[in-house]
Design a protein around this ligand. Sequence first.
Ligand code: F6P
Length: 367
Amino acid sequence: MNKKKKIGILTSGGDCAGLNAVIRAVTRCAIKVHGWEVWGISKATHGLMSRPPEAIQLEVKQVDPFLTMSGTFLGTTNKGDPFAFPMPDGSLADRSNEIIEGYHQLGLDALIGIGGDGSLAILRKLAQQGNINLVGIPKTIDNDVGITERSIGFDTAVNIATEALDRLHFTAASHSRVMIVEVMGRDAGHIALNAGIAGGANIILIPEINYKLENICRQIKERQSRGRDYSIVIVSEAVCTESGELLEQGHFADCRLGGIGQYLAEKITEMSGAETRVTVLGHTQRGGISSPLDRILASAFGVAAVELIKQEKYDQMVTWQERSVKSVPIAEAIKDYRAVDPVGTLVKTARGLGICLGDDQKSDIQN
Ligand code: F6P
């Protein structure tokens, strides 16, 4: 139980703010408090697939400067499921055993995997198959990992989207325009809903609530009739066209969501005559300096993950619940997808502020 441990850490899936802060917290706590060794694995599980495994021993003075920086200095990937890994000849191969061997070649006692629900499901499958002592930490700007109330990266993304709305108010008002801001979040509308409320949007469109274009245009016109001749619309990337089509960018295997902002702009101009402009925030939502809240969450999760390893409690994911860090079995943590609750507090808040959500429920409040 008290033997000096050698632990590995990797980041998997899309990057986000706060990842480096987790790596730093794990490294500091493991070295300074327990005197363990920490090994940073390159590019998610790809580092364990390489021979020799691509990993570096981490030191406190090396990780400290990364506290504020988003991205991950270990590198990551959201491609290449090890159980169906795309090979150069176009075939798919099961490379899971190479990753498991890589972990054992490094002589690790435990592995901390930082990822969203998809990455954590893959890491868990590898852990079960290969006797890997895994602890998971949830990260994603989408904030859609089942049980945890917060995932690393979400707060920074909301800050960036809110700041964009703050900036757009002035130019929208100056030119009497409808400004449409398209944000990420995949199938969940958390970023749009949170930033929309914080940034004073007039219309918030999320995948969890169906909209009608006529309701959006009515809101814009009502505002115009009250002399408020500009409007701010924030829309999640997975919101469909009115007829239910999901818009994607590119024609490659890795199709990405995008295009709903432009679609809405054209329709709104057509139906209301309003001049529209579109801002697609894209990957800016994952960049820059991490928010203090993400750094705090990352630090708390990192320390808690080390504590789980000390207690040899594996196959667990750390969570933020009821104002503190807890842990639950990974399988349970990722079982449910966390979408926006269409009758939850924040939706009620938006309606209470008179924000139009595009559906038929009309607020009595003028926005
Ligand atoms: O899951 C995080 C996320 O940023 C989504 O919000 C977005 O749809 C997607 O990743 C973008 O992926 P990529 O970095 O591959 O373009």
